[in-house]
Design a protein around this ligand. Structure first.
Ligand code: HPA
Length: 289
């Protein structure tokens, strides 16, 4: 259980994690953070002059145990943009408290990122979105029953962060432009984050559709909430790997999720590269200006 008593000093721990990463890549200042979801870690191979640090060596980073999640921090240049990628997640369904699952976002913030790109594999809830397609995240539903900000306020965090625009509208526009540039079909919608690890029942999928969800997964929301509390703007993409339970005819399994992410990898990478380049330009010009 996560209680306020056994939660470490997250600000101090994030500073330690950032210092560890900085020692591995002296003088390197990433501008964009990227979280790579299940089966989407291949983007890390597009980094040039990359320095790779296993999670096990970074203070506060929990080990990942799910197939398709390598557990590495990759620092380097992505198409000319200094960036840092997290290859793999520690999910809440593995038993990690929400604050621990989202902790790497705090470390990237301490490293100085100006924007955070989040990705995941997700089931489609909107029946007009097909497996193998991509969806820009316009908003989310946190249905995990957990919140990474529970406990005494971490110094520097907002206590009650406004969630009106956790998914930054300008960065969403960047994703649309990047999709056009890279000729990738990109849906938009609401990501429902559930705790997992069981997939949903058909009734739960029908419920999610009525609640306004377009896709469903078991990650991302704790990271987005943490980023918001720290003032880091987010953008993100779901890789739709399967129809939600009851929409399609076949039972769901993780192997299918991995197979589809592999099939979509080239399109996903082209989109993210274009988006990161454009987001960096926008950040340099000043978001919101
Ligand atoms: N449900 C929840 N998480 C998922 C799914 C799903 O159908 N597909 C990939 N991640």
């Amino acid at each position: 259980m996560s209680t306020a008593e056994n939660r470490p000093d997250l600000r101090a721990l994030a500073a330690q994690a950032a210092a560890t990463l900085s020692r591995r890549a002296p003088g390197f200042r990433p501008r964009i953070g990227i979280v790579l979801g299940s089966g989407l870690g291949g983007l890390a191979e597009r980094f040039t002059d990359a320095v790779t640090v296993p999670y096990a060596l970074v203070p506060g980073f929990a080990a990942t145990s799910v197939q398709g999640h390598a557990g590495q921090v990759v620092l380097g240049t992505l198409d000319g943009v200094p960036a840092v990628a997290l290859r793999g997640r520690a999910h809440m369904y593995e038993g990690h408290p929400a604050w621990a699952s989202a902790f790497p976002v705090r470390a990237l913030h301490a490293l100085g990122i100006r924007a955070l790109f989040l990705s995941n594999a997700a089931g489609t809830v909107n029946p007009s979105y097909a497996p193998g397609e991509l969806m820009a995240i316009r908003d989310h539903l946190n249905l995990t029953g957990r919140n990474p900000l529970v406990g005494p306020v971490v110094p520097g965090d907002a206590r009650f962060p406004d969630m009106t625009a956790v998914w930054d509208p300008e960065l969403l526009a960047v994703l649309r432009e990047a999709a056009e540039e890279s000729e990738v079909r990109l849906h938009e919608g609401v990501y429902a984050g559930l705790l997992g690890p069981s997939f949903e029942t058909p009734s739960e999928i029908r419920m999610l559709e009525r609640l306004g969800a377009d896709a469903v997964g078991m990650s991302t929301v704790a990271e987005a909430i943490t980023a918001r509390a720290l003032g880091v703007p987010c953008f993100g993409v779901s890789c739709l790997t399967n129809y939600g339970a009851g929409i399609g005819a076949t039972p769901l399994d993780h192997a299918e999720v991995m197979e589809v992410t592999e099939r979509v990898a080239d399109r996903f990478q082209a989109l993210v590269l274009a988006a990161v380049r454009r987001a960096d330009r926008r950040l340099t010009d000043g978001l919101g200006d």
